[in-house]
Ligand binder design. Sequence first.
Ligand code: DGJ
Length: 449
Amino acid sequence: MISLWSALGVTILVGTVQAALDIVPGATWTATNTGEHIQAHGAGLIEENGIYYMIGEEKTDGSAFQAVNCYSSTNLIEWSLEGRLLSRTEEAGDLGPNRVIERPKVIKNDQTGQYVMWLHVDSSDYRDARVGVATSDSLCGEYEYRESFRPLGFQSRDIGLFKDDDGSAYLLSEDREYGTRVIKLTDDYLNVSEVTFGWEYFAESPALVKHQDRYFIFGSHLTGWDPNDNVYSHAESLEGPWSEWTEFAPVGSLTYRSQVNYVQPLGTDKAIYMGDRWEPNNLGASTYIWLPLKFDGTDVTLDWYDRWTVDVEAGDWYDSVDVTAQEGEDGDLSNGGIVISCSRCTGSEAAGYLGGDEDGTVTFNVDVESDGRVTLVFKYLNGDYNSRFAAVSVNGQEQDCAFLSTAHYSTGTGNSVVHVDLSGGVNIIVVSGSTGWGPDIDQLLVPNI
Ligand code: DGJ
């Protein structure tokens, strides 16, 4: 069972097991079955039979195309890698070496039964400016790449895809010579048919959602990999008239340093903003900024939450329960693990020299009142360019956890999350070596269940 939270943060207990699984924007999100940070940048989401599939770009080796990956989740919080839907080919071509493949989006054609993927397909200098189409009989299986072209002859860089309630589908396309268009797809979704609406206004990374019979389109300004204050516009019909573009996150926050990649409807009257926080010099270390998107008539706002939770069955989101912080330096350090000074850390100290040849280890005793599956947050530093890793064991149950580089941080520490089962009473949480050196642990945050 389950505990329910009201939006006011009041906890209503039902039974004896609490769930406190959270979305932590900007954290390292380790996939449950790879031990690595999720590689699904510029992603889209699609749900089928209660399972959500996140389909996005592998960016481990930088900006050139590597693969389109598919991850699955039943709760939008814990994700497993299912596989690669498209992979780089050895020979030259759209999917060959040094190509750009960005913003994959998949919709199902209910007439043909096919899953149709649209992509931004480009040369490394972004001059090709084309769209690509791939198809599959299986949502999260291998896709057959079909072709690339300029839609209706127009340049097309960032794209989005939107399927309306009546089955008609639309390409959202940014054309550097014109602005951004909504272009209707043919009935089989394999081509474009006509322009539905065009703005002589540049909205990159366009994402469209229908909310209570009104269309809302979101997009960013053109600042490369750097974030800006993203904007939205709304209309009763896709053909317009559309409202003026306006910001929805606090101006100056640069959309909490993110760029919209998708908007996921939640229940009947809610939605989730999904954005990429790009790290231009280390794209594989880019993180995901997911936050509740709040609608009030035609007003849309995005507030920041360090952590929040979503219940996909209830179609609602909630504040997280409070957490208790344990200092890394207060844990039991053994093997090579020692207390190190850390000017950015709370208490100016951290647990350091974890992992390595001596398998430095830090152990925390965590006391909670009830059984429950929770999201633990490690506040950490990793000065390397590459991820570091640790084995996290909770009462003997071990899993790998990744810790993205924090070398580009000018202040503060990074967050990495791991989802674990706690038992009412004292739990033994051991952080030890996995591969090479682990991170320096500033704090462990544990939900108060
Ligand atoms: C902004 C786009 O939104 C990204 O997908 C990517 O193409 C970068 N520009 C490249 O600078």
